[in-house]
Design a protein around this ligand. Structure first.
Ligand code: SIN
Length: 306
């Protein structure tokens, strides 16, 4: 059986599948459940300084073709209330990566330090939520901001810092280079694409917030393209995210250059058991293709002449 173990920025993972931030609740027991179901690691909901209720409903539109348009509004209990959840997830043996968001470098650094104190294995900086005023991609679209925020966090913590990048830019690899310059241990690409649905009967946007972020199968080729471009421009590992429903989707990202992948929308459509299925199917697929390990497949599509 092919070897599925990977090391991501110094973090050993039993397989390359990570629970993406925000999709399976924020509680310690839901994170523990995802790990028990087979995920190689779990990423918390993005946590901010203060509790945030998020936007009013409706916050999600479901598309037939395995996708969501969401604008939840980064709801979270605030960092003060989060230690117990991380403790519960860690006690189950889960490998936990803490996701944080903030409006500027100082707040990111403060939150990152407090999340690191909870014993998480790494941090993911949400510089990519596409619809939160003054947060997410609004502070993550400019390479100079990405560099400043990443540098402040890297100085504040001793654990690997992963920067989650936005696809809502003309040059995602430029953002990855900024993160690398500032000392990021890895980048993840992509978060959702800014999108809008209109309810023609109500004559207004379907989501209460208006603009949202599109996830699911439709965005996979965009994510794979971003990973491909980033892999060619940085040396730090890349995590692929966006529309991974099957092992073959994951292997596309891996061959484009991803060392690990995050799974989000598939969990909502297929249930948490999707992790067990993905692990089994990726092993079988690698065997079928005669590829001995995930590591061997990373970036493979760049090495095969067209
Ligand atoms: C949300 O909470 O609205 C989504 C978060 C994100 O897109 O990063």
């Amino acid at each position: 059986m092919a070897d599925l173990k990977v090391t991501l920025a110094g973090i050993p993972l039993r397989n390359p599948f990570l629970l993406a931030s925000g999709i399976w609740g924020e509680s310690g027991s839901s994170l523990a459940g995802a790990y028990a179901a087979g995920a190689g690691g779990v990423i918390t909901k993005s946590i901010g300084r203060e509790p945030r209720p998020g936007y009013p409903n409706p916050t999600v539109v479901t598309f037939d073709q395995w996708g969501f348009l969401n604008a939840m509004g980064l709801p979270n209990p605030g960092i003060e209330s989060y230690p117990e959840e991380v403790a519960t997830a860690r006690k189950s043996g889960a490998l936990v990566i803490g996701s944080v968001f903030g409006p500027d470098a100082a707040e990111f650094a403060d939150l990152a330090g407090r999340m690191a104190d909870l014993g998480v294995a790494g941090l993911e900086l949400n510089l990519s939520c596409p619809h939160a005023e003054g947060l997410g991609s609004e502070v993550g679209q400019d390479p100079a901001d990405v560099e400043e925020i990443t540098r402040a966090v890297v100085r504040a913590v001793k654990i690997p810092v992963i920067v989650k990048l936005t696809p809502n830019t003309s040059d995602p690899a430029g953002l990855a280079e900024a993160a690398e310059r500032a000392g990021a241990a890895a980048v993840s690409a992509i978060n959702t694409l800014r999108a809008l649905a209109i309810d023609v009967r109500l004559r207004r946007p379907t989501l209460a917030h208006g603009l949202g972020g599109l996830s699911g199968s439709a965005i996979k080729p965009i994510g794979v393209a971003c990973v491909w471009q980033i892999f060619e421009r940085v040396k730090i590992p890349v995590i692929g995210v966006g529309g991974i429903m099957t092992a073959e989707d994951a292997l596309e990202y891996i061959m484009a250059g991803a060392r690990a992948v995050e799974v989000g929308t598939a969990v909502a459509f297929k249930g948490i058991r999707v992790f067990g299925d993905l692990v089994r199917d990726l092993g079988r697929l690698l065997d079928e293709l005669g590829i001995a390990s995930v590591n061997d497949a990373v970036g493979m599509a760049h090495r095969v002449p067209a």
